[in-house]
Write a protein that binds this ligand. Structure first.
Ligand code: PLP
Length: 425
């Protein structure tokens, strides 16, 4: 139970220990704050948007053990697209980095927080994406928070897809550029906004490569053509693409044949690339040099811990040795999507391991997800405000390490639960 740190607050507000009036004033403020927070929490519960966190008592993987009993749970809701977060070589690389380079740097990069492994990983990321240079962050959220403010001024413009990830939206909020929001993947609207933005010095189109709520892929060919016509740069967030989209897993730009037309990529080390944590920007060298000087989440936050660097570095080695891992997921995704469609479900997106099972009703999505867990399948229902009203869904994520039997079990459970709750005839 939270008791509020009342004494400390009282001291702060009164400026000394000897003021009873100020201490009681502070206590009253804490009571008022508690009441406000409790009301807000009640409102979230009342709206049916409360997020419960299930506690996992095993490693991340296709089969989980949940705290409090549930063993042998089939996991279909992690971003562990390639199964590398529990890959033995990835774990070994983390242990070796931990032993050789220690637990952490106790420092930001520019003071005394840069080790050889950080430089090696940056070089490897740039090579993987075939870009000039790369810079590491503690997360992709930080990479997105740091790039727009460092790059764009009030003379410039940024054009952002309305369904971009929250971290892109927040990063754009922090910058002083002129802001345009175009309708989701709507090229006519983007063109109109680009025409409007001709008056600015520089135009940057910012989009997720793959959108995590719908499993749809940005029309990068068309975006790059428009960028060419209207002298704009293209930025993509590749969190749900790096490692597995495209023939060699380079991402959406490789999949759509525009690797030489996208200028800036932000992505994460916390999903397909080992799943530990960390993010990065890769692109032209002067941009990366500028980010090292100006990007606030980079300048004012600790260096990535060696074990985390070790995981990501090994994941990239595995992907660069062979494209078999990147390729391994496509067939699994296809199996799930075609079997679910044949069973009568509507799935959003196409050819992406994010497979949203569209249900419409928020309560139906919640009840079905709960019932799926009763049958040993861990999936999550999403409803408003995470997705638009009336478009509730259960998001299924396929991993390369799911077996065909795992996928078939999931489809069977969906079919049973769908019939029981009236989602299927
Ligand atoms: N961008 C997108 C599209 C994401 O889905 C996420 C994570 O959910 C992020 C950025 C943030 O990534 P990270 O977990 O590395 O902060």
């Amino acid at each position: 139970m939270w008791r509020g740190g009342t004494a400390a607050w009282g001291l702060l507000r009164s400026g000394g220990a000897g003021s009873p009036r100020a201490a009681s004033g502070a206590a009253a403020a804490v009571v008022q704050l508690r009441q406000r927070l409790e009301k807000e929490l009640e409102d979230i519960r009342g709206a049916g948007t409360w997020k419960n966190e299930r506690v996992i008592a095993s490693r991340q993987g296709p089969h989980l053990r949940l705290a409090g009993g549930g063993a042998g749970i089939l996991n279909f809701c992690a971003n562990n697209y390639l199964g590398l977060s529990s890959h033995p070589e990835v774990i070994r690389a983390a242990v070796e980095a931990l032993e050789k380079f220690g637990a952490g740097l106790s420092s930001v990069r520019f003071i005394c927080g840069t080790q050889s492994i950080h430089k090696d990983l940056e070089e490897k990321i740039a090579r993987f994406h075939q870009r000039e240079d790369a810079i590491l962050y503690a997360s992709c959220f930080d990479a997105n928070a740091g790039i727009f403010e460092a790059l764009l001024t009030p003379e410039d413009a940024v054009l952002s897809d309305e369904l971009n990830h929250a971290s892109i939206i927040d990063g754009i909020r922090l910058c002083k550029a002129n802001k345009y929001r175009y309708k989701h993947m709507d090229m006519q609207d983007l063109e109109a906004k680009l025409q409007e933005a001709q008056k600015h010095r520089l135009r940057l189109v910012a989009t997720d490569g793959a959108f995590s709520m719908d499993g749809d892929i940005a029309p990068l060919r068309e975006i790059c053509q428009l960028a060419q016509r209207y002298d704009a740069l293209v930025f993509i967030d590749e969190c749900h693409a790096t490692g597995f989209l495209g023939p060699n897993g380079r991402g959406t730009d490789e999949l759509l044949g525009v690797m030489d037309k996208v200028t800036i990529i932000n992505s994460t080390l916390g999903k397909a690339l080992g799943g530990a944590a960390g993010g990065y920007t890769t692109g032209p060298k002067p941009l990366i040099d500028l980010l090292r000087q100006r990007s606030r989440p980079y300048l004012f936050s600790n260096s990535l811990p060696p074990a985390v660097v070790g995981c990501a570095s090994k994941a990239l080695d595995l992907l660069m040795e062979s494209n078999a891992i990147a390729q391994s997921m496509a067939a699994k995704t296809q199996r799930f999507r075609s079997k679910m469609t044949a069973a009568g479900f509507t799935l959003s997106g196409k050819d992406h391991p994010i497979c949203p099972v569209m249900l419409g009703d928020a309560r139906l999505a919640a009840v079905m997800a709960e019932d799926m867990l009763n049958r040993g399948i861990y999936v999550i229902g999403f409803s408003y405000p995470v997705v638009p009203k009336g478009k509730a869904r259960i998001r299924v994520q396929i991993s390369a390490v799911h077996s065909d039997e795992d996928i078939d079990r999931c489809v069977e459970a969906f079919t049973e639960v769908g019939r029981k709750h009236g989602a299927l005839p």
